[in-house]
Design a protein around this ligand. Structure first.
Ligand SMILES: Nc1nc2c(c(=O)[nH]1)N[C@H]1C(S)=C(S)[C@@H](COP(=O)(O)OP(=O)(O)OC[C@H]3O[C@@H](n4cnc5c(=O)[nH]c(N)nc54)[C@H](O)[C@@H]3O)O[C@H]1N2
Ligand SMILES: Nc1nc2c(c(=O)[nH]1)N[C@H]1C(S)=C(S)[C@@H](COP(=O)(O)OP(=O)(O)OC[C@H]3O[C@@H](n4cnc5c(=O)[nH]c(N)nc54)[C@H](O)[C@@H]3O)O[C@H]1N2
Ligand SMILES: [Mo]
Length: 632
């Protein structure tokens, strides 16, 4: 059977699955040009996840946190949810209901189909800002789109710069692809990551200073006339103004702030122009109060050396909007910024939360605030998940989900241009996101046919609307969606070094650097290699809960290797064990992101800031968090 890994990950691996004596076996589909037949360690362990005894088998219900969950039949649980939905809408209006969903499963149907019901009911929806939003807005400012190059075009390149991305952990197939085609790899990161250790050059930058570093590099490129003059003349808007702006950039200041010596700034500029590097702009480093400005500045570099879309960030190959069915609405949509969930609950705007494909009680920042808000404001919470997650524990009704091995779907990737087919292998427990939607619609007495369309029908229509066919997809399990001729979506129709869109949004037309320093140590909470945000913690149980701290920061605090420490700030405190590491610079500490609170007793999001970057779509700023650490 053809499967596709539905995790929230760049690679979207094509898998071949088989059921033997009731046991699931998986291997990579060797024909897939990007994922090339090997699975990452997380993917190889998928059968363990699938067969996990921890999977929810029956719906659960209770009075919120008051008594024990009791197992109930599906009909009873669905009726309870349907009745409460109706009652909430009658008492408080449709916008008091919020559907909170994210990318726990990226299947076209299982990501979007439940939204049909909520559109039909005219409820509030999320304005997604947790992951890559600042960069999305930034790239729209400069290029009019966040969709960059097809990674298969890396074949013709010499150099890739991994800027604020730990690709060896988060985009393994991308990293191996670059390796296969002998690209030179550079890394710009605060931390000496595994990606940095496996690359030819490493620029260890102080956090939050990327915009300045990029502007410094641009200055050297422009002032030494290393840029592609013909390309710039034809493709760039505002180059002269930008050149003027660069005059104000002082390279000694760049060096002081970024911690990267002048010689190395020049080395970057000269070699980068000579090798015409492309840049994979990470999602990680833009999750900061300076993230949007940083992405704008970094994205200018590939244009200077003559690339039309010389960055990798997002990929949109097919239009999936049919699956979501926003056309079912009869009222304009109220969007709740994802990062402001606690605030909206506190303001009494949300009375009913329907959560699927997400674990916000692990993944959102400032957990103390969020958890109190849910309890104190009498929100009715329904969670649809495969496991009894932290979010499920804060629910009135928990509905068991099945997995992508148990249903039909397709998936695209935010990294490459392939759409892949996912066929059901068998069925164990739970119901899919679309099945539950149909059951709820029925229990509410809704007759609209769009709420009863089958998964296959939705997939067939989505494919058809994109000029693709299921027949084609069934041959190898995937198809490539070739890019159409591309234009810059900016007001001038060019790459805007002077951004008119940014100006309109109340920002400087040029990327700006603003120093950003808090009290104590800056806490970074990047991805961990063997989980996907919170997923797999409970099934593989291979996590790393340590606090990583630089030897000098440890010494002044009297902290030694393996000491128990308390990490604290205005949001909360946690206890863990310290590891002393030169890979982490002075002034910075690391706790990996979003493990299960239920299993660990804490997670980093009891410490992270829920401040958002308003002008960049209320984007998250997890990394703009400062803490203090003491030995206990
Ligand atoms: N194994 C694994 N893979 C994943 C995920 C996972 O949880 N685990 N999650 C998936 C998801 S949802 C996403 S969004 C992507 C994220 O993929 P990545 O973009 O790789 O994400 P992070 O590891 O959060 O951050 C990358 C790097 O940013 C660095 N960084 C932090 N602040 C700064 C800064 O100011 N400047 C610079 N230059 N660097 C900085 C961190 O040190 C970190 O090494 O990965 C996806 N893939
Ligand atoms: N401190 C800190 N926190 C972070 C980040 C960070 O860098 N630092 N990164 C952020 C980022 S980049 C992201 S994308 C978010 C992710 O935030 P979330 O999307 O909330 O995180 P996940 O842990 O992936 O949760 C997905 C849930 O979906 C469930 N699920 C999987 N498949 C299905 C299905 O088919 N049906 C249903 N109903 N459920 C399913 C899984 O079991 C899991 O519980 O986290 C953010 N949190
Ligand atoms: Mo993400």
């Amino acid at each position: 059977m053809f499967s596709v890994c539905m995790r929230d990950c760049y690679d979207t691996c094509a898998i071949i699955s088989e059921l033997r004596d009731g046991k699931l076996f998986v291997k990579g589909n060797p024909d897939h040009p990007i994922t090339r037949g090997f699975l990452c360690p997380k993917g190889a362990l998928l059968p363990k996840w699938f067969h996990s005894e921890e999977r929810l088998k029956k719906p659960l219900m209770r009075e919120m946190l008051k008594d024990k969950f009791k197992e109930v039949e599906w009909d009873e649980a669905i009726k309870a949810v349907a009745d409460k939905l109706k009652e909430t809408i009658e008492n408080y209006g449709s916008e008091s209901v919020l559907v909170y969903n994210y990318a726990g499963d990226r299947g076209v149907v299982n990501y979007a189909f439940p939204l049909r019901l909520f559109h039909y009911l005219n409820t509030a929806m999320l304005d997604y800002g947790i992951c890559d939003r600042a960069g999305q807005e930034a790239l729209k400012d400069v290029y009019g789109t966040a969709v960059g190059m097809d990674p298969e075009d890396l074949k013709n390149q010499k150099l890739i710069v991994y800027w604020g991305i730990n690709a060896f952990w988060t985009n393994l197939h991308g990293f191996m692809f670059a390796k296969k085609y002998n690209l030179e790899k550079w890394v710009v990161d605060v931390v000496k990551t595994e990606t940095a250790k496996k690359s030819e050059k490493f620029f260890q930058i102080r956090p939050n200073t990327d915009a300045l570093f990029a502007l410094g590099i641009a200055k050297v490129i422009v002032e030494n006339e290393l840029y592609d003059k013909d390309f710039v003349r034809e493709n760039v808007y505002g180059f002269e103004e930008f050149t003027e702006y660069l005059k104000k950039i002082n390279l000694d200041f760049v060096s002081e702030e970024t911690g990267i010596g002048r010689k190395r700034i020049e080395e970057f500029a000269f070699e980068y122009s000579e090798k015409r590097g492309v840049i994979h702009i990470g999602y990680g480093f833009q999750r900061s109060l300076n993230g949007g400005e940083a992405v704008r500045a970094v994205s200018i570099l590939p244009a200077l050396v003559g690339h039309k879309f010389g960055f990798i960030y997002d990929m949109k190959t097919i239009d999936k909007s049919y699956a979501e069915g926003a056309f079912l609405r009869t009222k304009p949509v109220k969007r709740v910024p994802q990062m402001k969930l606690a605030e909206y609950i506190e303001n009494g705007e949300i009375k009913f939360l329907y959560i699927y494909n997400a674990n916000p009680l692990a993944s959102l920042p400032n957990q103390n605030r969020l958890r109190s808000a849910i309890i104190e404001n009498d929100v009715f919470v329904v969670t649809h998940d495969i496991f009894l997650t932290d979010t499920a524990l804060y629910s009135h009704v928990v509905l068991p989900a099945n997995t992508f091995f148990e249903r039909f779907d397709i998936a695209d990737s935010y990294y490459h241009r392939y759409v892949a087919l996912n066929e059901p292998v068998t069925r164990l427990y739970g119901k899919s996101n679309s099945e539950v939607t149909r059951m709820l619609a029925k229990a509410m007495g809704i007759e609209n046919p769009y709420l009863y369309e089958s998964d296959e029908e939705v997939v067939r229509k989505v494919l058809e609307m994109n000029g693709l066919s299921l027949k084609e997809l069934k041959k190898k399990g995937f198809v490539k969606v070739e890019a159409k001729e591309r234009k810059y979506g900016t007001p001038s129709g060019k790459i805007e070094f002077y951004s008119q869109r940014a100006l309109k949004r109340g920002l400087s037309p040029f990327p700006e650097y603003k120093p950003l320093k808090g009290k104590g140590l800056q806490l970074l909470s990047p991805t961990w290699k063997l989980t996907i945000t919170s997923q797999y913690h409970n099934t593989y149980n291979i996590i790393d809960p340590h606090l990583y701290i630089n030897p000098r920061d440890a010494k002044v605090r009297g902290i030694k290797e393996n000491d128990e420490v308390e990490v604290f700030n205005e949001y909360g405190k946690i206890k863990t064990v310290a590891k002393i590491s030169e890979d982490v610079p002075e002034g910075v500490v690391i706790l990996y992101k979003a493990f299960w609170v239920r299993l660990l007793g804490w997670n980093v999001n009891f410490l992270t800031s829920d401040e958002t970057v308003e002008k960049y779509g209320n984007a998250s700023a997890f990394h703009s968090t400062w803490v203090e650490v003491k030995k206990v």
